[in-house]
Design a protein around this ligand. Structure first.
Ligand code: HEC
Length: 156
């Protein structure tokens, strides 16, 4: 628990940075670069937590550990629309222009993923692991549904 809290405290100022950097004067950190870093971190953290959860469910880990992983997935899902606010590109980034051309659809996909991750947290909290496994598949499908449309090749 302690570990997770300190991780969260690190994440919070990190994802706030792009929004605060919008009006940064010359010589301040590049808001576009900050935005790319922030969304990369949210996605990477969400991916790691999801893998931890997948493995944990398979290994029948204790509810506390499963819940922690599910909450991390959920909290990062909550940040998706925030960290993608700034239209920014960088070599190595896989974000496609379609995100900002179809922001409403992108947000809807983020919202769908968020709702499923919240349901997943609830299922684990109720110790309904059968339901958790089924929701895990739905969450994974939600990740793919967005990646299929809005995540391209990194070497453009
Ligand atoms: C609403 C859209 C959307 C949803 C939902 C979504 N992603 Fe992503 N994801 C993206 C985009 C866009 C990128 C590319 C970002 C970039 O490279 O700048 C990405 C990139 C990633 C990356 C690569 C990060 C990196 O920088 O190497 C991982 C890992 C990832 N997503 C995991 C997930 C997982 C796991 C889920 C589901 C729990 C998920 N994503 C749900 C849009 C989404």
């Amino acid at each position: 628990m302690k570990q997770a809290l300190s991780t969260l405290l690190l994440i919070v100022p990190f994802f706030m940075a792009p929004a605060l950097a919008q009006d940064a004067p010359q010589g301040q950190p590049d808001p576009s670069h900050e935005a790319v870093l922030a969304r990369g971190k949210v996605m990477t953290d969400m991916g790691k937590a999801l893998r931890t959860l997948q493995l944990g469910l398979r290994q029948k880990d204790d509810i506390g550990s499963l819940l922690l992983a599910a909450e991390l997935v959920n909290m990062n899902a909550e940040l998706i629309t925030n960290v993608f606010q700034t239209e920014a590109y960088e070599p190595g980034s896989e974000a496609l222009p379609a995100i900002w051309q179809n922001w409403e659809d992108f947000s809807n996909k983020a919202e769908a993923a968020l709702e499923q991750t919240a349901a997943l947290v609830d299922a684990i909290d109720m110790e309904d692991l059968r339901e958790a496994n089924s929701l895990l598949r739905k969450v994974t499908a939600d990740c793919a549904a967005c990646h299929d449309v809005y995540r391209g090749e990194s070497d453009r």
